[in-house]
Ligand binder design. Structure first.
Ligand SMILES: Cc1cc2nc3c(=O)[nH]c(=O)nc-3n(C[C@H](O)[C@H](O)[C@H](O)COP(=O)(O)OP(=O)(O)OC[C@H]3O[C@@H](n4cnc5c(N)ncnc54)[C@H](O)[C@@H]3O)c2cc1C
Length: 341
């Protein structure tokens, strides 16, 4: 038992970005844990198709990402510490060239920068767009592979598709990091999950500056020499991660526009499902009635940014008994549920 008297032996279920960051923080805090990543044929992992972009200013209305001022330094510290420990490169500092889509965006950009609302990430707007500083890209496929390799070697990784209620009989705490599979499990039926399917194209394209993400409705992310990704679509309510012809046509149009006529070839097309909550905050904390069940989910389109601060909240809770931030706590839905009942 640790000082708070909370659970000491933890099973983390799911090894997307949520499970990986939680396991990493448990290891750093000296909390004994096991990681059950889905076996062959387990539900799909959206972290494998995610671009890993961290963008401090997003949306048509150009707003700072939720909790960006605290989440960004925590994310940078976590991923760079991980790089040093495992000898891999996953964190890349980037800038975003945001190109206004219309007159309304141009006006919002001009007004918000004039009021200093987007500082320190944006300092000035130009007539056709603006630069967003302190963005980053987390190479999630590299991170996930390195994590699997590390914890396989240290005997903490199980290739296993598990039932969390069965596992809860054998561990002090089971934290559900199953993404879509967790959201579809009736065990979390008090949580008002929402879903949004997203698709991305992989492109072969020459001579892109390595540290600039172009963004105008969709984004264009250089991922390696001669390769870029273009995405991502948003189709609310869809939980099937199958690439579609319509999304491909839409993204090819965006790629042509973002590349300003430069030639490219489509080399791949991927799809996944984002898990959201109506208030657009993620969700973490203990199950309302089964205290040995925990949750880290609802990362929406911002898993790379949010997984590190949520993992830190879990560690503070486990080691010092710190309550979860009410803005992310599972308990916020229990109240809503009771009120509406
Ligand atoms: C097209 C697209 C582009 C995106 N781009 C970005 C981006 O640029 N930046 C960003 O931050 N986010 C992006 N996202 C969002 C990002 O993908 C998610 O926020 C994040 O990956 C969610 O991670 P997760 O760990 O919660 O879930 P997942 O990555 O889905 O991981 C869940 C894991 O649980 C496993 N699992 C399921 N059931 C079981 C079981 N019973 N037993 C054991 N294991 C199980 C699964 O196999 C999987 O490995 C994008 C999403 C999409 C769809």
């Amino acid at each position: 038992m640790n000082p708070s008297g909370a659970a000491a032996e933890v099973l983390i279920v799911g090894q997307g970005v949520a499970g990986t960051l939680l396991a990493w923080e448990c290891e750093r805090a000296g909390i004994p844990f096991m990681l059950a990543a889905g076996a062959e044929g387990a539900p799909a992992m959206v972290s494998r198709v995610a671009a890993g972009i961290i963008n401090p200013v997003t949306g048509r209305r150009l707003v700072k990402s939720w909790r960006i001022d605290t989440a960004l330094p925590v994310a940078r510290a976590a991923y760079t510490a991980l790089e040093a420990a495992w000898g891999v490169k996953v964190w890349r500092e980037m800038r975003v060239r945001r190109i206004f889509q219309d007159e309304r965006e141009r006006r919002i950009g001009a007004e918000k920068t004039a009021r200093g609302e987007l500082a320190p990430y944006v300092v000035a707007a130009e007539s056709d767009g603006l630069w967003i500083e302190a963005a980053a890209r987390v190479d999630l496929p590299v991170l996930l592979a390195a994590a699997q390799e590390h914890w396989t070697r240290t005997g903490r990784w199980r290739s296993d598709t598990v039932n969390i209620l069965t596992e809860a009989k054998h561990y002090d705490l089971v934290v559900d990091c199953r993404g879509l599979a967790g959201a579809l499990d009736p065990v979390w039926s008090t949580v008002p999950w929402e879903f949004s399917k997203g698709e991305t194209l992989e492109l072969a394209v020459a001579n892109l500056p390595a540290d600039v993400i172009r963004n105008s409705g969709h984004w264009l992310l250089p991922v390696a020499q001669g390769a870029a990704w273009c995405g991502a679509t948003h189709t609310p309510g869809v939980v099937e991660a199958t690439p579609t012809k319509d999304a491909r046509t839409t993204l090819e149009g965006s790629a042509a526009q973002l590349l300003e006529g430069q030639r490219y070839v489509v080399t791949g097309h991927t799809a996944g499902v984002r898990v959201n909550l109506p208030d657009r905050h993620p969700v973490a904390g203990r199950h309302p009635t089964v205290a040995c069940l925990g949750l880290l989910n609802g990362l929406g389109a911002k898993g790379a940014l949010l997984a590190p601060i949520l993992a830190r909240q879990w560690i503070n809770h486990l080691t010092e008994g710190v309550p979860f931030d009410p803005a992310v706590d599972v308990a916020r839905f229990v109240t809503t549920h009771r009120e509406s009942a």
